[in-house]
Structure formats: C-alpha cells, structure tokens
Write a protein that binds this ligand. Structure first.
Ligand SMILES: Cc1ncc(COP(=O)(O)O)c(C=O)c1O
Length: 436
C-alpha cells in the first residue's frame, strides 16, 4: 500500500507552511516518517480515505479527540447543513450561543456563566485573563497541557524543562516576552505538596489543571487543591478540553465531585466542528466585563449549532458510557495480546482515551513498527486509541487480529531480531522537533 500522493504533498507543504501544518500532533513525523498518508479526502464513522484512495480504519486519535460520535455524524452534519443554508454569519448574533450557554450551565450546576471560543488554547487564554482580572493577581500554577499561547509557554522562560512533563521536552519559548518569566509555576500531578509550596511563595491568581491525564487523581488530591484554592482566594480552573464528555455527561470533575470555579471544554463538544467554551461562577466570570475579550469568529453559528446537536445525541446515546466500556474492553484485549506474546505493557489514560506503552528501551521503534505494519493492514493505529461510537466490535475484532501479528513481530525483536531492519523508514518523533 503506497502513500505517494500524501507524502509528496507533505513534502510540498513544508516549503510553504512552517512545520508543514498547524498542529504538531498531525505531523506525519509524529506517526510514520516518510510513509504516513498524511492527508484525507473523506471521513465517515471511524473510516478515513487518503489521497491515494485507500480506505483506512482509524484506531488512533480520531481527529485528535474531536469526533467522539464518529466522523461525519449524520444528525450533527444535518444540523450544520441547515445552519449553512440559513446563514452562518450576520451582523446580529446567533441565538444558538445563548441556548448552548444555558445547556452547559445546566449540566454543571456550580457554574452560572459561559464564554465561547473556537479553539482549546483560546478557551484557556480566556480563563487565565478572567482569573487574573478577577483576583488582581498575576501568577498562575499549572499542571497539564493548556495550549500554545504566551501565558502558557512563559513556563519555560524560567526553566526550560518546566513543561517537560506537561507537554513535550525541548520546547523553546522563543517569541514569548522575557518579561513573563516567573508568571507561571508548574507542579506535578498528584503532588499537593508542590502546589502548597508554590502557593506559599506566590500570590496566585489561579490554579489550572487537567482533572486527569495519564493516571487518576490520588484520593484527596483534587479535594486538597480545592481546599487550598478556597482558603487563599485562588481561582481553581479545570481544563476539560480533552477529558470532558469522555466519562460523564460533562466534565470529568462531576465524577470526582470536586467543583472548580471555572472549566473549559473543547474537542468533543462540537463533534469535529470548532466550538470551545469557558464556563464559571458568576463572581469570577463577571470580571470578563472589566477586560477586553472579543473576537469576530467566536460569534459564528456552526460551532454552537454543532454543539447543541452533539449534546443531544450524546445524552440520548449515553455516549460517555459506551466509549468508556469500549475503551476498557480494548485495554483488556491489548493486555491479553501482550500476555500471549510475553510483552510488558503499561496502560495510561482515561478508558475513552486509552493508551499503552511497551516497556522496552526500543519503545519508540516499536511504536513506529506498529504504525507501519497496521497501516499495511488498513488501519491508522499506534499506541493509543481515542474511542468513538463507531468503534463497534465488528471494527475492533479485525484490528486485534492484525495487532496480534504485529505484537508477534515485536516479541521476535525482544528475542533479538532487529527492529531497525523491519522498519522501512525513520523512527517516529517522540517530541517536538523542527521539521524544516
Ligand atoms: C487539556 C487541553 N487543553 C488545551 C488544549 C489545546 O486545544 P487546541 O489544540 O484546540 O487549542 C488541548 C489540546 O490537545 C488539551 O488537551
């Protein structure tokens, strides 16, 4: 199966688009350098068609977590098509944004107000601006990935490994004003002691964190963060851009019963259409009025239309239960295969964003081999799978049969066969690297 059309367009892209595209996670080198199909012409359910005309089953990151209902969901697309024919933009506002704000508040009774944006990074920047405006303080403590903006990358001005465990090693904050050094203090997940000492030596405006990424919160951790923030008048912000709607009908924090002061949703909210939100308590959110947070395309109509329909379908299908059950089943199947082949796996992520790593010094080469061999068998696949409703047993069974063969190859490599000889191109990138 050749992917010449995709590869040659990717080579062209790098001469006109710095980095080749707009999102690190979709660069070909992150998957399979020199072999990845890279571009699509059509997507439906969990199937993607590439430029060379191959039909591929997406068992990887499903549009980087955007399409929990599957690509091209008929009901969401029909709602969007109706909006397109009725008019997406006008001088007047779209009513859907009010309905969506009310819907999000009803799902999160602690929140009273909402602002919308079109990317997760924007929703995060909005939250930080509002929290700083509300408290009159500058410094924020963070734990997790929160986008590309100056406020966040400033973490690495003080210490260039500040974002190592939150995002990627080797990120240079070039272009971020040096004057921001010290305004962001990172802490490790499940290390309340670290956050406590940051809060002792800084007048914190906000604590911003993901509720869970790789591992679940230890008992008492989220409660401890909540208690500290309440005691010191710090705005607690949960970044639910990725975790939202995967395990509950709303934020993952609903599962843990710990209420923040603000939360952001993105990714799954519009099932592939751009819509993100920042929700919060009235006392905090009102501070948006004493700052300037405003953008033309935050008012377009497709985003809120798609989100309203997505929420309706999610509620009817109880999608968060389905994707969680499928993810747990997939994790069990991975483990079974690994046991059969004598491989040691470590599992990570929420069930609906489930991933594994092979415990070996050659882990990155094995990841590349999995992607290469699975692609030959018609799958976009690596070492994690963002589950969608289209990942039904009829899709997963042939995927597991194919993976069985690849795990068998890896087992041979663990016994001495050269993985490099099996690879038909370079090993994939493990972190941020300049591509041109
Ligand atoms: C937790 C979290 N916050 C923020 C973002 C940034 O969102 P976007 O890429 O839409 O700007 C992401 C994206 O991966 C994320 O996972």
């Amino acid at each position: 199966m050749s992917h010449l059309a995709g590869q040659s367009l990717w080579a062209r892209a790098k001469s006109t688009i710095p980095g080749g595209n707009m999102l690190l996670s979709k660069r070909a080198e992150m998957f399979l350098p020199e072999q990845w199909p890279t571009y699509f012409t059509r997507a439906k359910g969990c199937r993607v068609w590439d430029l060379d005309g191959h039909e591929l089953i997406d068992m990887s990151i499903m549009g980087v977590g955007t399409n929990l209902l599957g690509y091209g969901h008929p009901e969401v697309d029909a709602a969007v098509a109706a909006t397109v024919s009725a008019g997406n933009m006008s001088t007047l506002n779209c009513p859907e944004e009010v309905w969506l704000a009310e819907r999000l508040v009803s799902l999160h009774p602690w929140a009273e107000m909402v602002r919308f944006a079109r990317s997760g990074g924007e929703a995060n920047a909005i939250a930080i601006r509002i929290a700083r405006a509300a408290t009159g303080r500058d410094t924020v403590a963070i734990c997790g990935y929160h986008g590309w903006h100056d406020w966040y990358l400033a973490t690495n001005l003080q210490n260039d490994s500040g974002l190592e465990e939150h995002l990627l090693p080797g990120l240079e904050p070039n272009g971020v004003p040096r004057a921001l050094a010290g305004t962001v203090q990172p802490f490790s997940f499940n290390r309340l002691d670290q956050l406590q000492s940051i809060a002792e030596s800084n007048d914190l405006a906000a604590v911003k964190m993901e509720v869970q990424r790789s591992t679940p919160p230890d008992p008492g951790f989220l409660e401890g963060v909540r208690e500290l923030c309440s005691r010191q008048g710090i705005v607690l912000i949960f970044d639910e851009c990725t975790s939202g709607f995967r395990e509950t009908f709303g934020g993952l924090h609903l599962k843990y019963g710990v209420e923040p002061d603000m939360a952001m949703f993105g990714k799954a909210l519009g099932n592939g259409y751009a819509i993100t939100s920042t929700i919060g308590r009235r006392a905090v959110m009102e501070a948006a009025q004493n700052s300037f947070i405003s953008s033309t395309f935050w008012t377009e109509r497709i985003g809120p239309t798609a989100a309203l329909k997505t929420l309706e379908v999610m509620e009817r299908e109880r999608s968060w239960e389905q994707v969680t059950a499928t993810g747990l089943e997939l994790r069990r199947s991975w483990q079974e295969l690994a046991d059969r082949h004598g491989l040691s796996l470590r599992h990570n992520g929420l069930p609906a964003l489930t991933g594994f790593s092979i415990q070996s010094p050659r882990a990155l080469a094995y990841k590349t081999l999995i992607t290469q061999e699975m692609l030959k068998r018609g799958f976009l696949a690596g070492i994690c799978c963002y589950i969608c409703l289209a990942h039904i047993p009829e899709v997963i069974a042939p995927y597991l049969e194919a993976l069985d063969q690849v795990f068998s190859l890896i087992a041979e490599c663990e016994d001495g066969r050269s993985v490099e000889e099996l690879l038909e191109g370079p090993v994939c990138h493990g972190g941020f690297k300049r591509l041109n």
